[in-house]
Design a protein around this ligand. Sequence first.
Ligand code: FES
Length: 153
Amino acid sequence: MSALRELYQEVILDHGKTPRNFGRLEQPTGCSHGHNPLCGDTVTIYLKIKDGVVDDITFEGRGCAISMASASMMTEILKGKTVAEVQQMFERFHGLVTTGEQACEGGFDIADLDKLVVLAGVREFPMRVKCATLAWHTLKAALEGKQKEVTVE
Ligand code: FES
């Protein structure tokens, strides 16, 4: 295994074992529940938007190391971002883990996207793409104010 791949695995395992921003958020402005029907894993995203900016974001859930690491990294990166930046980041992350293309230019710090590159390897494994995108699809629903359950299919 290459040193880079080992490093990526370490980052994923670290976030998977010790997820950041894990827990319920009191009085969120958006909250959504995501579910992967293939494995039964779940994630709930709590979001607090203040003046068009992500003031706070947390998650709860139960799932594989990739899904938990993806949710953990996502919450770390999105705090302090504007809603427009979050939407751009969603598009770019989705491109990164599906086609490898990062559609749409964003005004955010490119270093944030670099942190997510550790998850890019999942695009070779369609089942794993769902693990990596579960939290992001759930976040999108929370942003849109949807309370219904989101599934990745
Ligand atoms: Fe269930 Fe990854 S195996 S989300």
